[in-house]
Design a binder for this molecule. Sequence first.
Ligand code: FES
Length: 167
Amino acid sequence: MSKNRVSRRQFLSYTLTGVGGFMAAGMLMPMVRFAIDPVLQSHGGGDFVQTELKVTDITEEPVKVDFSFEQVDAWYKSDVTSVAWVYKSGDQIIALSPVCTHLGCMVDWGADSAHPDQFFCPCHAGRYEKNGKNIAGTPPTRPLDEYDIQEKDGYLMIGPTKANTLS
Ligand code: FES
């Protein structure tokens, strides 16, 4: 007989430790996976969103372009619709954010009959030139933001906003 016989007490101790460890791993693994899930997500497709506006249809007159994308905020996904004011200046395509830099209302092109060639914010009568530059004497203190843009298969793609580079 071997001297290394496992006693009944040791056998039970090993068995319970093994089963307990297995059960603990079974409970902890989903928690760990849940905690690091956003890190494991793939972010294919880039930050640009395709619009339904053909590049050849863009003129020098600003038009309002709606676009939608899926926004992921940690574990919460939602569909967001956003807007850009798009026009052509020479060969350059410009896409401006509609968000007034005063307090965040939406600006409109040509909505003020006294200033038909400007963006107008109805909340506090803020005004901006066509390139987004804020007009002195009105509430906004900085220009409208600008979107990064790309062209894909003849359609306009809209990317993240950046500080206005035109004014
Ligand atoms: S929010 Fe646009 S002028 Fe105040």
